[in-house]
Design a protein around this ligand. Structure first.
Ligand SMILES: Cc1cc2nc3c(=O)[nH]c(=O)nc-3n(C[C@H](O)[C@H](O)[C@H](O)COP(=O)(O)O)c2cc1C
Length: 178
């Protein structure tokens, strides 16, 4: 299976990076091919809504890392969104990537895919993730992608918090179970 993992945190050794690391470890052990795209460390410009892509068969006027990512995204069987909660949603770094899906909507919608969500947040009350999960589900519905699972790690503000929980193991098992 071809898997694309999109991460959104600016922390290379943060809480959500650990979930991504463990998921990727499990998925690779299970024999899958993983393309990881750490959005915070890539050059991705925000969509400027010029609609050039609508008039030019998906071609974007931006010349950046999305050019490398797009073929992997289109060919993926599974797309995994990994983000810390930022004001109840995904980070701007990851949202920039999602907005750029716009140029290749048709290709993304025509190839059946599964999706997963791995998220972390400092709050420890379940409603903290509601808006993020709602947004993720709306994206899946719009693109015709099937939700295939999630790890929602609440109560983890920093790396040492999450290291003491079962969430990394859950992320590993999600990857290994594919
Ligand atoms: C700008 C910003 C906004 C945040 N908003 C939330 C929030 O709405 N809910 C929450 O539980 N944690 C919030 N946090 C805390 C982070 O989600 C939390 O520390 C997370 O573990 C960081 O993940 P990372 O180490 O992968 O970057 C916020 C942190 C920042 C910097």
């Amino acid at each position: 299976m071809n898997i694309v993992v999109l991460t959104g945190s600016p922390h290379k050794k943060g809480t959500s990076a650990l979930l991504a690391d463990e998921f990727v470890r499990g998925a690779k052990q299970a024999g899958h091919k993983v393309l990881r795209f750490d959005a915070a460390f890539e050059k991705v410009k925000p969509c400027k809504a010029c609609d050039h892509c609508r008039r030019h068969n998906g071609e974007c006027t931006h010349n950046d890392a999305m050019e490398d990512l797009n073929p992997g995204l289109i060919g993926a069987d599974l797309v995994v969104f990994v983000t810390p909660l930022y004001y109840f949603g995904m980070t701007a770094q990851l949202k920039r990537v999602v907005d750029r899906f716009y140029a290749i909507n048709a290709a993304l919608r025509s190839a059946p895919k599964r999706a997963m969500l791995l998220a972390t947040g400092a709050d420890d009350e379940a409603p903290a993730m509601e808006a993020l999960v709602g947004h993720y589900r709306a994206i899946c519905r719009y693109l015709g992608w099937k939700d295939a699972g999630a790890v929602l790690a609440l109560g983890v503000g920093v790396r040492k918090d999450i290291e003491q929980t079962a969430f990394p193991q859950q992320a590993y098992e999600l990857g290994a179970s594919l």
